[in-house]
Every structure is written in structure tokens, then in C-alpha cells.
Design a protein around this ligand. Structure first.
Ligand code: PLP
Length: 400
């Protein structure tokens, strides 16, 4: 089947019999052994396994403290709560993110204020600076697709010092001018969902250099209690509750999987980078396909490979490109619909025009499959499919 065959969306034979997912976890036997050993250790939650994972994460990310939690959304909730955000406060963030980023703010009764993104698709420092008001309590930047946001530039653009959270759910293993993700913001949050660089099934973490913030996050992870179940041994059995927390704990089995996976992080990021480079080379000559930004001094961890479709130059709109790729068995998708235009956020005042650059991107972005066990032939299928869709779109435009 060539790149000029009829696309599946127009009745042709799909390129793929087995669908190609946009992301996929990778487990090896050492991961499975690590989980089995953890299950045999006698401790299913908390304990030394969680502490080991936290130490390994902190050391890999060049930061003093890591607190492992149940998922990346909980990590955001805990980070925002630890900064004391509450009703009446505003938190500046980007609309080009997963809704969990803004939900963490809304859940505390505070207002997410959406500022536009830059060419790097991350929160634009100047736009963030302009969005700051006397009520602003913090700023959350998001390392979109794995590219670390420029946190020092963001800090410099703020009219007054404010705590910065980096939602680095996409970027573990990335770096900015040699500084690893995790060491840049006041609090960095991570996700270990299966499509991420490392997985614990569900899982996440908060990273910080501030011992006080780490302690606050730890306490809130465990209902706000002054001691953990591990600590309440012998004659130590009483506890107090000092803040409103929740059960955001991670299990020992998840932590064991995380420690094992973390050992291969560099390898995984290198594999993802190679695939991204190959996509760049294969897609460079397709009219209307914008390649992911590669700003100098930043090393992406390549969670996602996201192209931008210019509908005029490509020959059809983004939605049709995604529909047509999916008809071929290629599970292209969108990261993300603009958060401020989701119904929930419209009900909180979100209107078109707040972040024009992000809104335009959200009409044009397409996430293509990218994960380490993807083969060159899988990748070739994606490229053939895009050519096929473009050729077909041109015939439709000509009315033939
Ligand atoms: C940018 C961003 N933030 C937060 C999250 C939430 O992470 P989790 O799914 O682990 O709760 C995600 C999840 O994919 C994400 O992409």
C-alpha cells in the first residue's frame, strides 16, 4: 500500500491491522522481579521501599526532597495546598495542559488565571507576568510534551517573587541548560502513569529543595496526621491532625516498580529522542506539518511527539487528520483541548480570546504515536498515512 492509496477514511484498506497506540508502557523482567520481591518483603504500603524510591528520584533530579504519591493529580493538589493557596487567591497557569493542572487550583476554591503560551508551547513568561495581580499566590508552568519550561525566565518576568510549581508530568529526564527537571521550580510535580517515561501503574511525586514544603506535602499525603502508621510503633501510638489532608499514599509495590524503572530513565529518554529525531527527518518535507519546537539549551524528555497542522498548507483541518489517522489504525490524538474553553472552565469565566496563541494551537495540534518499543516500521506507517491523507485531501479540494 503506497502513500497515494485511498485512505481508510474514504473506503481504502487501513494501513494497520493492529492499532498503533499513541503511548505505551514498557516493563521488563527486572521490573516484575522488583515488584514480586516487594510483595514478599512483608510491607505493602509505606516502609523502606517508598523511602528508597524517593531517595532515588531526588538524587536523579538533583533536589533534596521527593515525596512519592498516588498519582500526578494528587501531586498537584498537594503542591498547591502546601503553598497555602485558598479561596480568593489566583494562580497563573497555561491552558495548554491536562485539566488536572487547573483542577488543583479550583478544588481549593482559588481561581486559575490562564495566560498564553510561547513558541515553545509552555507558559509564556511575559504573558504570565502580565497576568499577575495582587491576588496571585503562585504560578504553575507545564513542561508541555516533555520540553522543560524556562523557569528562570519565568521568574524574571514576574512583577514580584512568587512560588513557581512546574507541572513536569511530561518531562522527567529532561533538562534546562544542564539543570535536570525537578531542580528548577519551588515544587515540581511528576506523574508515573503508564504512558510516561517511567511508570508505577498510577503514581506521582512532588520534588522540592524546601524541607518545610516537603514536610507539609508528606503530612497532607497522609490525612494531615503528625505521624505515619510506620512511625506509630511501641509506646508511640498517639497522633494529632494539624492540616486537612487525604490518603494520597503510594504502595510499596508501586514504589519498587518505580525504582526499577528509574534505573532505565536515561535509556528511555534516549530512545524517545531518537524516535523524535527520526520523525523530524521523515516529516520535514510534508507541507503544512509544523514540527515540535526545539529551543536551544533545553533537552526534552519526549513524552509526546506533537505536530501542528496548518490547514491551508496541509490541505485539510486537524480534526480530519486525526479522524483519518485513526481510520488507518493509528491512534493519533489531541493534547489538549484548551482548558479554559472546557465546559467546567467556561462556567468559571473562560472565554475565547484569553490565550489566542494556545487557542490556535489547540485547533492544530496532533499527537503522533511515540514510545520506546515502537519500531521504525510503525513510524513509517504514520508517515505513509499522513502522505496518503494529504494526497486525498488535495483531490477533494480539487473537487475530483
Ligand atoms: C500535564 C499533566 N499534569 C498532570 C497530570 C496528572 O497525572 P496523573 O494522570 O498521574 O494523575 C497529567 C496526566 O497525564 C498531565 O499530563
Amino acid at each position: 500500500m503506497s502513500s497515494t492509496s485511498t485512505p481508510a477514511i474514504a473506503g481504502g484498506t487501513p494501513l494497520r491491522l493492529r492499532p498503533l497506540a499513541y503511548g505505551r508502557h514498557h516493563l521488563d523482567e527486572s521490573d516484575i522481579s522488583a515488584v514480586v520481591s516487594s510483595m514478599r518483603s512483608g510491607t505493602l504500603t509505606g516502609g523502606a521501599g517508598v523511602a528508597d524510591f524517593e531517595r532515588a528520584l531526588a538524587s536523579r533530579c538533583g533536589v533534596d526532597e521527593a515525596v512519592a504519591v498516588a498519582n500526578g493529580s494528587a501531586a498537584l493538589d498537594l503542591a498547591v495546598a502546601a503553598l497555602g493557596v485558598g479561596p480568593g487567591d489566583e494562580v497563573v497557569t497555561t491552558p495548554l495542559t491536562f485539566v488536572a493542572t487547573a483542577n488543583a487550583v479550583l478544588r481549593l476554591g482559588a481561581t486559575p488565571v490562564f495566560a498564553d503560551v510561547g513558541d515553545d508551547r509552555c507558559l509564556d513568561p511575559a504573558a504570565a507576568g502580565r497576568a499577575v495581580t495582587p491576588r496571585t499566590k503562585a504560578v504553575i508552568t507545564v513542561d508541555y510534551s516533555g520540553l522543560p519550561g524556562d523557569v528562570p525566565a519565568l521568574r524574571a518576568a514576574l512583577p514580584r517573587p512568587l512560588p513557581v510549581i512546574a507541572d513536569s508530568a511530561h518531562s522527567l529526564g529532561g533538562s534546562l541548560r544542564g539543570r535536570p527537571v525537578g531542580s528548577l521550580a519551588d515544587i515540581t510535580t511528576l506523574s508515573f502513569h503508564p504512558v510516561k517515561q517511567i511508570t508505577t501503574g498510577e503514581g506521582g511525586a512532588c520534588l522540592t529543595a524546601d524541607a518545610g514544603l516537603a514536610e507539609s506535602i508528606r503530612r497532607r499525603r497522609n490525612h494531615g496526621m503528625t505521624s505515619t502508621a510506620d512511625e506509630r510503633t511501641g509506646d508511640l501510638w498517639k497522633y494529632d491532625v494539624t492540616v486537612l489532608g487525604d490518603n494520597h499514599r503510594i504502595t510499596a509495590m508501586q514504589a519498587a516498580l518505580g525504582t526499577s524503572q528509574l534505573g532505565r530513565l536515561d535509556e528511555v529518554v534516549a530512545e524517545r529522542s531518537e524516535l523524535a529525531d527520526r520523525y523530524d527527518a521523515l516529516l520535514a518535507d510534508i507541507p503544512g506539518v509544523g514540527l515540535p519546537p526545539r529551543p536551544a539549551g533545553r533537552r526534552s524528555a519526549w513524552h509526546l511527539y506533537v505536530i501542528e497542522i496548518d490547514p491551508e498548507a496541509f490541505g485539510c483541518k486537524r480534526d480530519l487528520v486525526i479522524d483519518a489517522l485513526r481510520a488507518e489504525g493509528i491512534e493519533a490524538t489531541l493534547h489538549y483541548p484548551a482548558v479554559h474553553l472546557l465546559s467546567l472552565y467556561r462556567a468559571h469565566g473562560g472565554v475565547p480570546g484569553i490565550a489566542p496563541r494556545a487557542e490556535k494551537m489547540c485547533e492544530r495540534l496532533v499527537t503522533l504515536p511515540l514510545y520506546p518499543s515502537m519500531t521504525a516500521s510503525d513510524q513509517d506507517d504514520v508517515v505513509v498515512a499522513l502522505h496518503r491523507i494529504q494526497t486525498w485531501a488535495a483531490t477533494r479540494a480539487n473537487g475530483s
